[in-house]
Design a protein around this ligand. Structure first.
Ligand SMILES: Cc1cc2nc3c(=O)[nH]c(=O)nc-3n(C[C@H](O)[C@H](O)[C@H](O)COP(=O)(O)O)c2cc1C
Ligand code: SF4
Length: 376
């Protein structure tokens, strides 16, 4: 199976196989954004489970309250993250990268900061925040860095057709791309040419008036032209169609767009694969060979393999099924499908994450008074 064959992203980064554990917030960091022993154990488990590449949960580039989310906005975060990468590398051949994120303010009162609210000084500071965080990631021993250009957050919001800024950072696609270009260029300068920089984008926002492949294809092309090393194609997760809940901050994963990010059981399997396939086709037609990752309701190795065989993507993101059973890759590789604890796409993990609770799978079993994940 191609899924278990190695894949080289660049001269410095070879993956053991084509299985990627995409970012999944754990809520296991401290409230100040530091690594904990429990968080290290969680990532060690994903790495030990056999995935070729683990991308961490979103890691904030900004000094901002973020609720048990990792941070990289100062050097104080480097030693903890170094301990994480060292232990992953000592124990496994798995490669690991942080997903770095910038997000805007949001409050229970219903207030939500939008790209139109940012001053030009604030915008001008964003590339430096990403670049410095990426340099720290390299120092901490990560194998790559992923720019979070998807879902509800700042970078995706600049790229979006919902960006109605009247200056050079909004309106036309060329202007909406400007900040994404600046961030990538600054990050490249900070980490050097040999370090892998990936980006996660939305193939489609699934909102009325939002981006569709008509926008995501030229976005991917431009990022490839600027030397991006891989592109991870996600979908949705936008505030524009979120369902307001009284007394709670607006949650971008509550509407249809949000459901497309983490497709629930009532959606089809492989529901977002066509987005990656379209982007990959247009990149390849233009001579770019950077790997494209597809993710979303890909339940088993046979389905994942079928996507690779059809050349719809180069790498396969398996998020909730690996949260459910971290040994998903190893068990499929060893033809032990019967031993896999299967994700039922109930999204209880996502509910926990939204409620700032430790993210575990609802299918994990009780043992000796605690809830434990499946073992090898
Ligand atoms: C609890 C939870 C947290 C997530 N956190 C992130 C995140 O920090 N960044 C991100 O880009 N995607 C995040 N995702 C989305 C996943 O990376 C993935 O794209 C999505 O779950 C669909 O893949 P799957 O069907 O294999 O689970 C999260 C998903 C879940 C369930
Ligand atoms: S809680 Fe539900 S959706 Fe989340 S990993 Fe477990 S089975 Fe899958």
């Amino acid at each position: 199976m191609l899924l278990f064959e190695p894949y080289r992203i660049n001269a410095n980064l070879q993956l053991e196989n084509r299985i990627v554990m995409p970012p999944v917030v754990t809520r296991l960091a401290t409230s100040e954004g530091h690594v904990t022993e429990k968080l290290i154990e969680r990532y060690l488990m994903y790495a030990d489970g056999g995935a070729g590449f683990v991308i961490t949960e979103a890691v904030s580039v900004k000094e901002q309250k973020s609720g048990q989310l990792l941070r990289l906005n100062s050097d104080t975060f480097v030693p903890g993250l170094k301990a994480l990468t060292q232990r992953v590398h000592d124990l496994t051949p798995c490669k690991i990268a942080p997903q770095i994120i910038h997000f805007m303010k949001i409050a229970r009162s219903g207030y939500r900061q939008k790209v139109e609210d940012l001053t030009i000084e604030e915008i001008n500071g964003i590339p430096r925040l990403f670049a410095e965080a990426a340099a720290r990631a390299r120092e901490a021993g990560f194998d790559a860095v992923e720019l979070h250009y998807a879902h509800a957050y700042t970078m995706a919001s600049f790229l979006s057709r919902h960006n109605h800024r009247k200056d050079d950072y909004g309106g036309t696609l060329k202007k909406r791309l400007r900040l994404a270009e600046e961030v990538l260029i600054a990050t490249r300068k900070a980490v050097g040419d040999d370090f892998v920089i990936g980006a996660r984008i939305n193939g489609d926002e699934f909102t009325l008036g939002g981006n569709t492949p008509a926008q995501s294809k030229p976005i991917a092309l431009r990022l490839a032209e600027l030397g991006l090393d891989y592109i991870s194609v996600s979908a949705g997760g936008r505030f524009e169609d979120a369902v307001p809940r009284p007394g709670e901050a607006l949650d971008p994963y509550t509407g249809y767009s949000g459901h497309r990010t983490m497709p629930p059981s009532w959606m089809d399997e492989k529901v977002n694969v066509h987005l990656a396939a379209e982007i990959k086709a247009v990149l390849n037609q233009s001579g770019y060979t950077l790997p494209v990752i597809t993710t979303g309701r890909i339940p088993d190795a046979q389905t994942a393999s079928g996507i690779l065989d059809k050349n719809q993507a180069d790498l396969i993101g398996i998020a909730r099924p690996i949260l459910c059973d971290p040994y998903w890759p190893t068990k499929y590789k060893e033809n032990r499908e019967k031993d896999v604890l299967k994700c039922i796409y109930c999204n209880e993990c996502r509910e926990a994450e939204g409620a700032f609770q430790e993210v575990i799978c609802a299918r994990w079993k009780k043992k000796d008074g605690s809830i434990v994940p499946p073992t090898r």
